[in-house]
Structures are given as structure tokens and as C-alpha cells.
Design a protein around this ligand. Structure first.
Ligand SMILES: [Zn+2]
Length: 212
């Protein structure tokens, strides 16, 4: 119960800060409308909350969260409609200028995928099915780094899956349209939650570079 009480107390603090202050930060956000020009695709992991790690405020970003911050390939008929719907919404109803795919180290979803492949287990769960999106990245890491530690393999897999997600993003119709019109930029960020480093994928140099 104490965990829930902490959340309720937290909401009281939030309401005092955001809804009762003299600037009325929420007054301009209460209506429907394009409140954000940034979409972040992040992992469900509570340690990689995009609003917290970028010190953002309410209304600053739309967020899609799923296990391992994956963007599946775009298919006309797909079992992964949730991401498709969210991307369509963002493209249509926000004045979208940036999409950031935010990966992170020590990702439990990526670790589960690698473990399944290493142990040669048959996929038999919703998590296995979802994580199959990152299977090409995982298989390439296991082929290239067979003797590395599981942590290092997971780190490499997260980074490669992030690049694959950026490639997949470009094929969603709403995203492609805004890219073609020069209205949108894609970003791949990788947050090392052990060291506190934030890196960005450099498409031209084909490498991750420090952002901070
Ligand atoms: Zn994760």
C-alpha cells in the first residue's frame, strides 16, 4: 500500500505544481490539439523513462512505450497494429518534427531474446513473439561476438536493433510522407543507465557518438 500512497502523494504534488500555479501550465494543454512536435519510442523499462531522463515537462513529447523500444517492419496487415496506429496518429495530428527511438543498456527484453536464442528454445509466449522483431539483430550479434559476455551481447543487440527500428520507421506511410517533405528528422539515442552516457546514432558515420 505504501507504494500506492507514494503515487497518490506524488499526484498531489504534481497538481499543486502544474494545475494550481499562477502560470496555469495546463490551461493551454487542456484542449485537443498538436501540443508536441516530438515523438519518443522508448522501452517500458522504468529506468529509461524519456520524460525523466530528458528533464522534460508535461506536453513536451508524445511517447510510445513497448518492450525494448522496437519498431516492427511496416506491413499492410500486421499483428502489430498498436505502433502503426500511434505513428499514424502522430503523423496526422501532431506537427511532428522529430522522432527519437530511445534505447537503453541492460534491457530485460533484449536479454530474454538472446537467452532464448542461445538456449535454442522455441518461441512460445507473447514476449517471444514481440521480441522476434529484434531477432535479426540478435542473430548477427551472436554470430559476430560468440564469446562476449551476455551483457556485452545485449548492449550490441540493443544498438543494432535500434538502427533496424530507424530503418523500419521510414516505411510507415505517415513518417515517409513527412520525411519526403523535409518536415521530419529521425534520431536514434542510446542511454547507458550504468554510466549515465547518452549517445546518438550517426547515420553518415555509421557509428554512435556521444551527445553529452
Ligand atoms: Zn528495455
Amino acid at each position: 500500500m505504501s507504494d500506492i500512497k507514494a503515487l497518490v502523494d506524488g499526484f498531489s504534488g504534481f497538481r499543486n505544481q502544474y494545475m494550481k500555479d499562477s502560470s496555469g501550465r495546463y490551461k493551454g494543454l487542456a484542449d485537443y490539439g498538436p501540443h508536441s512536435r516530438i515523438l519518443v519510442i522508448a522501452c517500458c523499462d522504468s529506468r529509461a523513462d524519456p520524460a525523466i531522463i530528458t528533464n522534460s515537462s508535461t506536453g513536451d513529447m508524445m511517447v510510445i512505450r513497448n518492450i525494448a523500444n522496437l519498431v516492427p517492419p511496416h506491413l499492410a496487415v500486421s499483428e502489430f497494429q498498436e505502433t502503426d496506429a500511434a505513428l499514424e496518429f502522430a503523423s496526422l495530428y501532431l506537427e511532428l518534427e522529430h522522432i527519437i527511438v530511445l534505447g537503453h543498456s541492460r534491457c530485460g527484453g533484449v536479454r530474454s531474446l538472446l537467452t532464448r536464442l542461445i538456449d535454442d528454445m522455441v518461441p512460445d509466449s507473447a514476449l517471444d513473439s514481440w521480441m522476434s522483431v529484434a531477432e535479426p539483430a540478435a542473430k548477427s550479434v551472436l554470430a559476430d561476438m560468440p564469446d562476449a559476455s551476455l551483457d556485452d551481447q545485449a548492449c550490441a543487440c540493443s544498438r543494432r536493433a535500434l538502427v533496424a527500428s530507424l530503418d523500419n520507421l521510414r516505411h510507415y506511410p505517415g513518417v515517409a510522407k513527412r520525411l519526403d517533405a523535409g518536415q521530419l528528422q529521425l534520431h536514434g539515442w542510446y542511454f547507458n543507465l550504468a554510466s549515465g552516457e547518452l549517445q546518438a546514432w550517426d547515420e553518415e558515420g555509421q557509428e554512435y557518438v556521444e551527445l553529452v
